[in-house]
Design a protein around this ligand. Sequence first.
Ligand SMILES: [Zn+2]
Length: 361
Amino acid sequence: MKAWRFYGFNDLRMDETASPVCKPHHVVVKVQCVQPSVTEAQLARGIKTLAYERIKKRLETEAPVQLFGHEFCAEIVEAGDGVSKFQVGDRVAARAKLPCQDCSLCLSGRSTLCRKGPVIGFDLPGCFSDFALLPEIALVKVDDRISHSEAACLQSLSDSVAAVETADIQVGDTVAIFGQGSMGFECMQVARNCGAGKIITVDVRDEACQKSRELGADTSINANQDDPVASIRDLTDGIGADVVFECAGGSPLQGLSGVKTLTQAIDAVRSGGKVIGVSWFGEPFPVDIDLLRERSLRYLFPDISTSAHLEYTVRLVASGRVQLKPMITHVLPGIESVPQAFEITANKGKYKAISPAQVML
Ligand SMILES: [Zn+2]
């Protein structure tokens, strides 16, 4: 089969490799649609973010190596012994971070807290290839009402569902979301489904603000034109938002905000309110803990998404309660397009992309 393999950072080559051999509790899938996540597009270029050291070590010791590709839609072509939930011909998507199923946390029903399990695309080969071997526990069956393109976004949506659940939104809460990339859009739409009252979004791109209003934001602020903190305070009688999702932070090398939007999120939330940290920053930075303490702020990080979250994403999209199509701006033909998808995803601002660029196989 054809598979893209990394020989180092910035060195991606399409090779002819052996197709994966099925094993118990796993399936072999034929990939239909795959997209790099924003994190993967950064890691491919050696930009520091989540799992940078882990990927660097794999490149130094194992290259050439198949990396990334956990956001996909694929069809099962072979099911291993012990697979009970899926059949050949089923279309599936996956969650990325898997429990080890063996530690005391996993065995006591707290597998979302396990950090010993593998991550698809980081520890296991993902789907930048014709075929892939995947563990059954990662998968969800895709409803017929969901397209290949939409299904490739379900992994990201399941993380956004977990983030919104972590926020524990109360009915009528004012929710602000910094960043209207894929996870910002997803958090906004899931928050609407979970009882959010007033929804305020922030981005620096007019097209993202426009799309955000179309998808349900009551107000969308272009932070290049208006001060988002002052605007959010104006819209909340000076109090601040009950919940703020920070989805814009990260490396400025890729058009992200650095830590600026985290500072703004802290300034825009009300006393006792919650800031949900969705972004990865790639480096440490100083935080005024006394400020958080004085205002009784909660700075929370999302739980890892579970099978239940992933199955909920299927219902959300199949029923139309969350729209993914308007966020899919770039769809490329054929496995040869993978490097172009990484380029677009790494520079979404330049290409006016909202979600990562997709490749149809
Ligand atoms: Zn475990």
